[in-house]
Design a protein around this ligand. Structure first.
Ligand code: SF4
Length: 463
């Protein structure tokens, strides 16, 4: 019988030994799509190394059953999507918006949304440039974000099933990924384009219409919401035609489920960030934050996993135990790191991630369930990280610095990532009261000795 022990980050080998303590009954209780004959996913992390995730032998993982369950589920996603297709579910690719569209898709029975761009971690987990090289051959050059791996994944047809429908958001979204999406369309995929408006910061005397107050004092013209509502209704109608179902009350239910998860993630991160001792590793916490995008293709199981993680963290906080020394220095992290290893490495140097801006703020906010569901989704999307000014993006990080919660800021750039090239120097200037280190993450094998030296010097100066 498996027992959680003192929290610690452990290697693949150590996890394999711990896995032996699990009984068959324990293993079989965790399934995706509620299917207990082929939906089991609890596996020792070493099995994913065998499937090609070579980086796992360098990584360290939390030693709780909740974390094991999370990793088994996350690494099982590709199999899950193919299974879904096999049993008649519709696979819907939602690209570029990182927030609202999956909530609409999930309102239709047996429709599974997913973000192909999230495959950008695979070259690093697999320590392989196959996807990136193939994308280069297909026309997206090296000077573009690693999310271009999605182009090769569509081309190779091996990483996820052919989607039954593709929605892609452009406009005030990511330039790099817009180009990748267009290249995917050129492969012959039929894409329905959605446009997101730019969130204007200031009131404009030439635009006397109504304005909406959002968090951090943002204000934007309400007509932008009207524009998004039309776009979302267009998606709804296309999905209704595709599925032959048109039950708008299910959108409210889908929003409620998404909100349940968003609340859970906020509770998990605030519990972890405010604890005296860091109770859970940063790599796992980043994976949890990104789970808000599309719930790794099974919202019910992902909710159950996060509930278990929340309980595990709660017990650790209550006993004042965790995975880092109590004197670890709190930092903020801006932009997700393409190389997961960096999160392990930073923690090993005595830095503790206590605030993040991973370009997905729109997936973290609560959706207002008292509003019309389409307006509520539009309003939640108007919080998006990449559709407003740099000042807005880093506002919450600056507030944490002002409150004395953050002693340094790490910015990880994607080589070629358009927002990185545009924003990093501006952010460095705006965050002028604590040390800031910005790094360009190179392609696999990723973090170099030179990068390690720079992070070591940064950690030393903070300590
Ligand atoms: S450049 Fe940034 S926003 Fe665009 S796909 Fe890459 S990580 Fe995402």
């Amino acid at each position: 019988m498996f027992q959680d022990i003192a929290p610690k980050k452990i290697s693949l080998e150590a996890w394999s030994e711990r896995f032996d303590h699990l009984t068959f009954e324990e293993i079989r209780q965790f399934t995706y799509y509620h299917n207990d004959s082929w939906g089991r996913y609890l596996q020792p992390p070493a099995s994913f190394l065998v499937y090609g995730a070579r980086q796992l032998k360098r990584l360290q993982f939390d030693n709780s059953l909740a974390a094991l369950r999370m990793w088994g589920f996350v690494f099982n996603e590709s199999e899950r999507l193919f299974r879904a297709k096999q049993i008649g579910k519709r696979i819907i690719a939602t690209m570029g918006d990182l927030g609202a569209v999956p909530v609409i898709i999930a309102a239709f029975p047996d429709c599974i949304p997913f973000y192909p761009e999230c495959i950008w971690w695979m070259p690093f987990f697999n320590e392989s440039t196959v996807l990136l090289d193939t994308s280069s051959e297909l026309g997206t050059p090296e000077a573009a974000c690693f999310s271009r791996a999605a182009l090769a994944a569509f081309y190779k047809r091996a990483y996820f099933p052919k989607p039954d429908k593709i929605f892609a958001t452009t406009g005030a979204t990511c330039d790099d990924y817009s180009c990748t999406m267009q290249s995917i369309e050129h492969l012959g995929h039929d894409i329905t384009w959605i446009e997101a408006p730019f969130r204007r910061l200031m009131k404009d005397s030439n635009d006397p219409g109504e304005y909406v107050d959002a968090v951090h004092g943002y204000t934007y013209p309400k007509r932008f919401e009207g524009y998004l509502i039309k776009e979302y209704r267009r998606i709804w109608n296309i999905m209704a035609d595709l599925t032959g179902t048109n039950a708008e009350h299910l959108l409210g239910k889908s929003i409620h489920k998404a909100n349940t998860l968003r609340t859970l993630v906020r509770n998990i991160t605030s519990l972890a960030y405010d604890a005296a001792v860091m109770p859970f590793p940063a790599l796992e916490l980043m994976t949890i934050e990104f789970g808000n995008l599309y719930w790794y293709a099974d919202i019910e199981e992902w909710t159950a996993i996060l509930t278990m993680i929340y309980e595990t963290i709660g017990k650790r906080v209550a006993h004042n135990v965790g995975v880092q020394s109590p004197d670890a220095v709190p930092i903020a992290w801006i932009n997700p790191t393409a190389d997961p290893y960096l999160l392990n490495f930073v923690e090993d140097l005595g830095l503790r991630v206590c605030a993040t801006e991973y370009v997905i703020r729109q997936a973290l906010v609560e959706i207002d369930e008292t509003l019309d569901p389409f307006r509520a989704l539009a309003r939640s999307f108007m919080q998006a990280s990449l559709i407003g000014s740099t000042r807005e993006r880093i506002q919450s990080i600056k507030e944490s610095i002002d409150q004395g919660k953050i002693k340094g800021v790490l910015i990880t750039n994607m080589l070629g990532g358009s927002h990185c090239a545009m924003e990093t120097r501006i952010m460095e200037k705006m965050i002028d009261v604590v040390p800031v280190l910005s790094l360009d993450i190179p392609p696999p094998p990723g973090v170099t000795e030179q990068i390690k030296n720079r992070v070591e010097a940064f950690a030393e100066s903070l300590r």
